[in-house]
Structures are given as C-alpha cells and as structure tokens.
Design a protein around this ligand. Structure first.
Ligand SMILES: NC(=O)c1ccc[n+]([C@@H]2O[C@H](COP(=O)([O-])OP(=O)(O)OC[C@H]3O[C@@H](n4cnc5c(N)ncnc54)[C@H](OP(=O)(O)O)[C@@H]3O)[C@@H](O)[C@H]2O)c1
Length: 252
C-alpha cells in the first residue's frame, strides 16, 4: 500500500499554536497542505511567528487569542469558529502548575482542571457536533505521560491529563461510527516552556534523561508527525487510542 498524506483543502483548528508543541503541529499540518486556524492565550491576530511560518508554506492562517481558563470565552469562541467547517481539531493548549499536593492551592487546581480538561471538552463538544453533522472529522488531544503515571508535585495536571485519556475514549466510543475519529498523543519529555523547570533542576533533568531509551529529550517537532498521521486519511481506522511519542519512556 502506498500512503501519501495530503491535507490540501482541509481546515485545521490548532489550540496552543503560538509556541511549543502546538506550533510545531500547526506548521507540520500546513506543510501537509492544511489551512490553519490558531488559538492560544496570547496569540497575535497579526504578525505571529506561527502565522508567518504557515503562510510561508503557502497555506492560510488566522490567529485568535482566547484564555482557556475562561469557560464562557472558550464557549463563545467555539460558537464563532464553528460557523465554518473544521476538518481537523488539535487540542494542544495546556498549562502546568507545580507544587506539592499537600500545599497545592485549590485555585491552581481549579485553573489547571479548567484549562487542561474542561475547556478542552467545551471546545471539542461544539467542533465535534459540527463534524458529526458533516459525517467526518479528526480530533487529536494532547495527553501526557501523566495520563498513565502520577508525576511529581503536579496533582492537578496529572488529574487533568488522566481525564483527557478518558475523554478521548468516551468521545471515540460515541463518534467513530459517524466518521469522526478521536485520538490522543502522549508526548514524553519535550523541551518546551512547559518543562523549563525540570530542565533547570540538574537532578531532575539528569534523572529524566537517564530513563529515556532514545537518550535525549524530545523536541516539539518530534510530536508533529504523529499529529499529521492521526489527522490524515491514513488513520481512518485508528480511534480511541493514546499514542505515546516518548522516546521509549513508557516501555521501560
Ligand atoms: N512539553 C512536554 O514535555 C509535554 C509533555 C506532555 C504533554 N504536553 C502537553 O503539550 C501541550 C503543549 O505544551 P507545550 O509543551 O508546547 O508547552 P508550551 O510551550 O508552554 O505551550 C503551551 C501552549 O498552550 C497555550 N496556553 C497555555 N495556557 C493557556 C490558556 N490559559 N489559554 C489558552 N492557551 C493557553 C500557550 O499559549 P500562549 O503561547 O499564547 O501563552 C501555548 O501556546 C500541553 O497540553 C502540555 O500539557 C507537554
């Protein structure tokens, strides 16, 4: 079988597109032919780096800033953006809050659960409903190794990312028969702003690296190929799965 991934004519909505993993995925989807709508907390309407990269690849780009800790704002954005068909949704916006569970501020618990879990559902519910009406769509969540493991001093994040694993399977159960696949990618330890604190801690950084069979931290670009695959016709029979892209970490 020969498989060529061509996403020409498809419109992809990528959250967290301003930097890190979301940006890498937006650029790779554009390289595969998709037009991109980006959204993140501070994404510039005009003149963003991701927008420049996407348009340099010959695809169109629209940028929106929406704070995912504000559920009403996410719901309003979802309503507006679904006035046009969305073929691919990649949910890469996310934040993390590090402090021991016994002292973890409940305000941080609420904020992380809202951004990393509830807002993901608020947006995906509306985009997914539109995909169901059209009978096709690709949804990709960004889960985490902490969808499988507990992590260290990130209780809200671990809970939210475990929730994303459940949500991926729940939506796949309901929507796959209608042509909408729902999957997640669980990135390993990727060098982005999300993991700066770990890389700045010599002991944690050494311990993490020592456990990665690939022998290096991941780059945001390492995640992009899996996202393009899951967003493509090549993955038509893949749904409800959580694909680890972790340099071998979970197999260890
Ligand atoms: N790095 C890793 O090792 C790793 C591992 C597993 C999972 N992940 C997940 O991968 C996803 C992307 O993270 P990353 O590593 O690329 O981190 P990052 O470089 O910190 O990027 C996070 C992105 O999420 C957006 N974001 C954060 N808070 C937001 C909010 N309140 N409202 C809307 N957007 C918000 C940011 O927007 P602005 O740029 O506009 O501020 C940014 O675009 C997250 O879901 C993260 O949990 C990362």
């Amino acid at each position: 079988m020969s498989i060529t991934i061509d996403l020409s004519g498809q419109r992809a909505l990528v959250t967290g597109a301003r930097r890190g993993i979301g940006r890498a995925i937006a650029e790779e989807l554009a390289r595969a032919g998709a037009d991109i709508i980006g959204v993140s907390a501070h994404l510039e309407t005009e003149g963003s780096a991701v927008g420049a990269a996407v348009t340099a690849l010959g695809r169109s780009f629209e940028g929106y800033s929406v704070d995912f800790s504000d559920r009403e704002a996410v719901a309003r954005f979802a309503g507006t953006i679904t006035e046009r068909p969305i073929d691919i949704l990649v949910n890469a916006a996310g934040d993390i809050s590090r402090s021991p569970a016994a002292e973890h501020p409940l305000s941080e618990w609420d904020r992380i659960l809202e951004i990393d879990l509830s807002s993901q559902f608020v947006l995906t519910q509306q985009v997914g409903a539109q995909m169901l009406q059209r009978g096709s769509g690709r949804i990709v969540f960004i889960a985490s190794l902490l969808s499988f493991q507990g992590g260290i001093t990130v209780p809200g994040y671990a809970a939210a990312k475990s929730g994303i694993a459940g949500l991926t399977r729940a939506l796949a159960n309901e929507w796959t028969a209608s042509g909408v696949t729902v999957n997640a990618i669980a990135p390993g330890y990727i060098a982005t702003d999300n993991t700066t604190a770990l890389r700045d801690d010599p002991q944690r950084s050494r311990d993490i690296l020592a456990r990665i069979p690939a022998g290096r931290w991941g780059e945001a670009a390492d995640i992009a190929g899996a996202a393009v695959f899951l967003a493509s016709p090549a993955a038509a029979y893949v749904s409800g799965t959580i694909l680890a892209v972790d340099g071998g970490w979970l197999g260890r």
